[in-house]
Each structure stands twice: as C-alpha cells, then as structure tokens.
Design a protein around this ligand. Structure first.
Ligand SMILES: Nc1nc2c(ncn2[C@@H]2O[C@H](COP(=O)(O)OP(=O)(O)OP(=O)(O)O)[C@@H](O)[C@H]2O)c(=O)[nH]1
Ligand SMILES: [Mg+2]
Length: 448
C-alpha cells in the first residue's frame, strides 16, 4: 500500500498497512438501483491492503459539490467512524479537491477516493519498466491536480496517522508544495518522453508480429473475469493469475493453434467501472494492443449475479468505446461456467445469445471458444486482387509463404494474384492492390 513510485523516497513513513481501517462510503443515485454499491470498493480496498471497518450509503441525485455527502450523513459518518474505530474514509467516486478537503476537515480523518485506491493497486502491481512509468505518470497527474506533494496518498496518510493522530497532514507546507509541483511537472515531462521511447519499442515489436502475419486476438474484460486464466488455457502460457483485482498490468502475447491455423492472443489490463481517466491516458499504449487486434474476446465472469454481470459488461463496452475499439468484431465469452448449475447456465445462455459459455479453469467449452475465434477470424479475411510486378519476385514469394494457396495468373504487366488475407496482410500488400478492396477492411489504422 505504501509503495513509493515517485523515486524521491516518499515522506519517509513507516508502512501503516496494519492500522488502516476504512469506512466505505458511496452516493447512490436512482439509476444505481438496488445493486451492491460498495461491494467493489471494499474489494478494491482489500486488494490495496486496507480493512473495511464499516460502510455508509447515501441516496441522492448527485454527490454534494462541496462535501460529497449531505450534512446529516456527515454527522452519521462521524459517529460511525468512532463506533467502528476507523481511521480512514474511502469514497466510491473520484472527489474534487474541495470535497476531499472539506470532508477531511469535518471528519478529522484522512479521506481517499476510488481513484486513489485504484492508483495505489496499480502502483503495487506494476511489474515491467513501462508499467511502472505509466503508473507513476498517472499518480503524478492525479496528485498535481490536487495540490499535493510528490508522495503518494497513502504514504501521506501514514504521515497523518504516525504523527499522533493529527489526521489531516498536508505535508511540509505551501512553499514546499509549490516546489514539489514544479518538480512534478518536470518529472511528468521526463516520464512522457521515456514512455514515448518505450512506445516506439512496442511499435517495433508489433511490426515484427505483423510481419508474422498471424491474426491477432485481444482478450478484454472486467478485472478478475478470468482473462489470464483463459490465455493460459488456450495457449498453455504461464501467465500469473490472481484472486485479487488488477493482477495483470502488462500485456502478454502467446500463440495458439486451431484447425491448422495459428493465432496470436494478447492478455491485457482489466477494466473497471469508473476507470480513472489518468490511467486510461497513461495506459493508452498498452490499451492500443487491444485497438489493433483483429478480433476481441470479451471475457465475462458468468458467475456474477445478473446485475453485476450487466454492469461489468457495460463498463468494458464503454472503455472500449473510449479507446477507439468500439467497432471491433467481438466475441462474448462467458467464463466460470463451472460455478453455475444447470438452471443458471440456461439462464445465462438465454440472456446472452451468441455468447460462448466456457470455463477456463476446467476446460469445459474451451474447444467451442477456439472454434468460435477461428471462425470469426476466417470471416474477417478479405479477398484481394494484387498485381505483383515481375521486378518484385520477393514479394510474391512472401505472399506464398504467408497466405498459402493463391490463385495466380501471369500477364504482360506482372503476376495477378487473388488471395484471402487477414487485415495485417491486407495492409502490408495494399500498395499492390488492383481491386481497391485491399484498403477496405483495415486501412483506417494505418498502412504499412
Ligand atoms: N471457478 C472458476 N474460477 C476461475 C475461472 N477462470 C478464472 N477463475 C478465477 O478467477 C480469478 C481471476 O482470474 P484471472 O485470470 O487472474 O482474471 P483476470 O481477468 O486476468 O484479472 P486481472 O488481471 O486482475 O484483470 C482467479 O482466482 C482465477 O482462478 C473459471 O473458469 N472457474
Ligand atoms: Mg490478468
């Protein structure tokens, strides 16, 4: 929880993990219905190593602009903090600085928001150099917007808790904060430059993969839906699986075969309702893997109650929309079939017509998923007609290697070829296309 990703040694505080006891708080609107509003926040807190001591929900049209909750609710929350011996309040929405400040003033304990908790989990789970840079960037931007120092929020809490219960410790004063802000801006600029470099490396790697011309399939889904387990089951890869949220942050790509065809499958970071925009921004490059896939497999935890299941599907759809992948061909893959009884299975199948039901853990239905991926990819092939000039014999040889069977005819101006190609190859040979169709399928995301 108290990971220092800022590189400045943080606030020099002892890890306060053991003593953090939070009250989970949320504003529930009419549109939220009856669902378990705070279950996910509690799960996030647990993943971040914070115990939930109690919870409090307020029904309201929208959060109070100045203090998130209404006055009466704040009084109630104060009593609850005392009764539950809590030392932290966690709100289920992203707070504006004013709301956070006022709440802390009135409650006398540190207040964090959903974004802070998610950022902290990401900081804890980032493994690769790129992932660490992305998380640090997101945290700096979040803190900068809140006039904070460079320390991460939960270390800041540690400072508050450690200094004899003076709960609202704002760090070493306004002047220091000004200096920190300047440093933060410099650091943000430096991080952006470094990320640009790693993004270029990634582009090179992607280019190599495209060179292999294998159709690529992106696994997407809500955090904890079972994406990594699915990747492992389909490809025999040894990707880490976790029972907590946001286990995977770095994309992993592995190959698998079906019916003599090879595919590439990419596992990536999970999505969540109200995913902090700082993170979407920082993880753009990672998420781009998704945008560039030929097919998306949307993995859903089919064992969730209907309400939660629909919510997480909608959350994933909206993130896909946000990163420009809204129109990608998609397969809905209902996972964790093993946790459902017969009646529940029929119910889920009925509700999500066209979905593949499977279990990544037991392997049930996995063959259906493979077959479905394969047939969707085949359906995505484009027939192209190419004219390969006689001077470009090497490209014809390439085409033979990559696309297998070709229909070819030697004419005066060169070799005319008809072939069924996946989008990556369509782009690669677009310069030789004669029927204008070669640019049709995948040309929006760039040729060559
Ligand atoms: N019962 C059951 N559990 C499953 C199945 N698939 C995955 N799980 C469990 O669900 C949890 C999450 O699985 P992951 O594969 O890590 O999920 P993920 O979607 O990669 O999660 P993030 O990386 O955190 O976004 C783990 O505890 C898995 O063991 C399944 O088919 N059946
Ligand atoms: Mg994972």
């Amino acid at each position: 929880m108290a990971h220092d990703t800022t590189g400045n040694g943080g606030a020099g505080v002892v890890n306060p993990r053991a003593v953090q006891r939070a009250i989970a708080v949320g504003v529930v609107t009419e549109a939220d219905g009856e669902r378990d509003q705070l279950g996910e926040l509690k799960e996030l807190l647990r993943t971040a190593g914070v115990a939930t001591a109690g919870d409090l929900v307020q029904r309201r049209d929208r959060p109070d602009p100045d203090r998130y909750l209404g006055r009466g609710k704040i009084a109630e929350l104060k009593r609850e903090i005392k009764a539950d011996n809590a030392n932290l309040v966690a709100c289920d929405d992203e707070l504006v600085p004013r709301q956070e400040r006022n709440l802390e003033k009135e409650l006398g304990v540190p207040v964090i928001d959903r974004t802070a908790v998610i950022l902290d989990i990401f900081a804890d789970h980032a493994g690769s150099a790129e992932g660490k840079l992305q998380v640090e960037l997101a945290q700096l931007e979040y803190n900068l917007a809140r006039l904070r120092g460079l320390w991460t929020h939960l270390e800041r809490l540690g400072g508050g808790l450690g200094s004899g219960g003076a709960a609202v410790t704002r760090g070493p004063g306004e002047r220091q904060i000004e200096i920190d802000r300047r440093l933060a801006r410099d650091r943000i600029a430096a991080l952006r430059r470094r990320l640009e470099r790693t993004e270029r490396n990634r582009a090179v790697m992607r280019h190599r993969r495209e060179g292999a011309a294998l159709p690529t399939v992106g696994l997407v889904g809500y955090t904890n839906a079972g994406k990594s387990t699915t990747l492992n089951a389909l490809t025999g890869a040894g990707v880490g699986v976790g029972e907590r949220l946001f286990h995977t942050l770095d994309p992993t790509t592995r190959g698998f075969e079906h019916d003599g065809r090879r595919f590439l499958l990419t596992d990536t970071v999970g999505f969540i309702r109200k995913l902090p925009h700082e993170l979407v921004e920082a993880f753009k490059a990672t998420l781009e893997e998704t945008v560039l896939a030929d097919l998306l497999v949307h993995v859903v935890d089919g064992s969730q109650p209907e309400e939660a299941r629909l919510q997480s599907i909608a959350a994933v759809d909206s993130v896909l929309e946000e990163i420009g992948a809204g129109a990608k061909p998609r397969v809905l893959a209902m996972n964790k079939l093993d946790l459902l009884d017969e009646a529940e299975r029929s119910q889920v199948a009925l509700e999500h017509g066209g979905a593949v039901l499977f279990s990544a853990e037991t392997g049930q239905g996995l063959e259906d998923l493979r077959a479905r991926i394969s047939s969707e990819i085949l359906a995505g092939l484009t027939e192209v007609e190419l004219l390969v000039p006689f001077t470009h014999g090497e490209r014809l040889a390439q085409l033979h290697d990559l696309a297998g069977d070709l229909e070819r005819e030697d004419r005066a101006d060169g070799v005319h070829v008809r072939a069924l190609l996946p989008p990556a190859l369509v782009r690669r040979f677009a310069d030789l296309a004669v029927n204008g169709r070669a640019g049709g399928e995948g040309s929006q995301d760039g040729r060559g």
